[in-house]
Design a binder for this molecule. Structure first.
Ligand code: HSE
Length: 306
């Protein structure tokens, strides 16, 4: 039996929704896996060189699903293709983990529910905010506390995502190392106010709330120095009509929310901002992925509910 899994990219945080909000985006990770006589991993689109097994998060997802199900699969032949740039704040790790969990679960006969798959994937990733949109699609809110993960998909806002993606990667580990252990009460209160306004703006279609709503007091002040061209890109994108600008996930990509029909000027502004700052990279105009992760079984297998 062969299983095919497709998982979207995602942008976490959306500024003030740190470790909580995520948006699925129109770039895909595709994985094909089947049980085989000997294990193998083929890396296709998106990989310049093979990953070592210990760095392969699809395998980490497989192992976590096996552990959660209490069963082990035969050796796997796995093929991985990805349009999602690695270590750029676009959810490549979460997509790989979700693909591994869903693929293994399908080959095991779907012993884990959708909610269990999400919790297993979030535990491997450490934060639920990319895993939730990768699995559910659209705009999501998620919480992780101990072994408990609660996640919900919210109504999809009418927005596009324009992303400035630097060529140089930034690891989440590095981006989290700069965060403080403690924050001031006034910053925590300001954050609650902003994320509440952000959600009001997103759910009620009040575009005017987004620019203030994305303003993050907890992560961004410490990370902006790690994100090349952030200040200039933020100014330029807002001047070109972006509705809100923030770091995408742990960075270094910059997310500009835009009306779907007005991405061109925002794209041009971000391209110029990267050029003016001497930062090599590219700018992508993406739509929101409404589908989330998809799994299909081939060679006589029944369709999977996941
Ligand atoms: N919310 C996470 C962060 C995203 O900003 O560090 C990466 O998992």
């Amino acid at each position: 039996m062969k299983v095919k899994i497709r998982v979207p990219a995602s942008s976490a945080n959306l500024g003030s929704g740190v470790d909580t909000l995520g948006l699925a985006l129109s770039l895909d990770l595709r994985v094909v896996m089947s049980e085989a006589a000997a294990p193998s991993v083929a890396f296709g689109e998106g990989f310049t060189e093979p990953l070592a097994d210990e760095d392969n998060l699809v395998l980490a997802g497989v192992r976590a699903a096996e552990a959660a199900a209490g069963r082990t699969l035969a050796p796997l032949a796995i093929a991985i293709d990805s349009q999602i740039p690695l270590s750029r704040g676009l959810g490549s790790s979460a997509a790989a983990i979700v693909a591994g969990v869903l693929g293994a679960n399908a080959l095991l006969g779907a012993p884990l529910s959708r909610a269990e798959c999400l919790a297993v994937a979030a535990r491997v990733e450490g934060h639920p905010d990319n895993v939730a949109p990768a699995l559910l699609g659209g705009l999501t809110v998620a919480m992780q506390e101990g072994g408990t993960v609660l996640a919900r998909r919210l109504p999809t806002p009418r927005l596009a995502a324009v992303l400035a993606v630097p060529d140089a990667a930034l690891s989440t580990k590095t981006a989290r190392a700069v965060l403080p252990e403690r924050v001031l009460l006034r910053d925590a209160v300001a954050q609650v106010q902003r994320v509440s306004l952000l959600l009001a703006g997103l759910l009620c279609g009040e575009e005017g709330l987004l620019a203030s709503g994305v303003q993050d007091r907890l992560f961004t002040p410490y990370r902006r120095a790690l994100v090349p061209a952030f200040d200039g890109a933020e100014r330029a994108a807002l001047a070109a009509g972006a509705l809100g600008v923030t770091i995408s996930g742990a960075g270094p990509s910059i997310l500009a929310l835009s009306r779907p029909e007005e991405t061109a000027p925002v794209r041009e502004a971000l391209t110029r901002a990267l050029e003016e700052a001497g930062v090599a990279g590219r700018v992508l105009a993406l739509s929101i992925d409404e589908t989330g992760a998809q799994v299909s079984l081939e060679e006589g297998g029944a369709p999977c509910a996941m």
